[in-house]
Design a protein around this ligand. Structure first.
Ligand SMILES: [Fe+2]
Length: 236
């Protein structure tokens, strides 16, 4: 499957990603790595690779463009997903934001922000092919594959180590995305939650996007807010 011809050729052959003729290195997460964060760890089903991460396909200053491929399957009634993580604080204080684009498939992003009193605010953002979604500063996130084929996601983010502890300790995100809708994870106290479209969440922070790779390749300075969240056009 050819993902891009320009600005460079990106082709996914099975689960091998080839950039301009070169097989790109990747890391994987196994189903067994995700058991701690599943709604029904006892119903995880067959072992195997849950998702693939191809990092740094393009870089600008301290920002990088990655692709991930998340297999389509269920863990019990829960859709296939990533482990979930928070980002570390930027120099100015707010934790680093991130931007995702769905290249193929159907996604749900479950975002959550923790308050000092340990309660959380959540946002669920459902996204289709070509949709671009901002993960705002201070939000942890999980990507769900709601489609019946592999979910191919692109993201642009600053270089830092993701923080997994919160998700491991609480056995997953504040809401699980299941075939019967979103189910609350009772390890959390939910203060509020809302369902937003990609456009709504981006607009809340004063952003609009075209194709992520095209934008990041040609106008990388537009993504300066990823390293300096204080430069976001709007910070509600
Ligand atoms: Fe992230």
């Amino acid at each position: 499957m050819i993902l891009y011809e320009k600005p460079f050729r990106l082709e996914l052959l099975g689960r091998t990603l080839v950039k301009d003729g070169e097989e790109w290195p990747f890391v994987t997460r196994e189903v067994s790595d995700l058991k701690e964060v599943m709604m029904e760890p006892h119903n995880a089903g067959p072992e195997g690779i849950a998702y693939y991460m191809f990092r740094g396909l393009h870089q600008w200053e301290n920002l990088r463009y990655d692709i991930s491929v998340i297999e389509s399957r269920f863990y019990g009634d829960e859709y296939s997903k990533t482990l979930g993580h928070y980002h570390i604080p930027s120099k100015a204080g707010p934790a680093y934001p991130e931007v995702y684009q769905v290249l193929k498939g159907k996604a749900s992003f479950v975002l959550q922000r923790k308050h000092r009193d340990e309660t959380v605010d959540c946002m669920m953002v459902e996204a289709d092919e070509k949709d671009v979604v901002l993960i705002p500063p201070n939000y942890g996130h999980v990507s769900y594959n709601k489609g019946d084929g592999p979910l191919i996601l692109a993201n642009v983010v600053a270089n830092f180590d993701p923080q997994y502890e919160e998700y491991m300790q609480n056995h997953g995100p504040a809401f699980f995305c299941t075939r019967f809708g979103y189910k609350q994870n009772t390890y959390y106290i939910i203060k509020k939650y809302e369902k937003l479209t990609p456009r709504q969440i981006n607009k809340r922070y004063g952003l609009m996007f075209g194709d992520l790779l095209e934008m990041f390749y040609n106008r990388p300075e537009k993504f300066e807010f990823l390293e300096h969240p204080e430069k976001l056009p709007v910070f509600p």
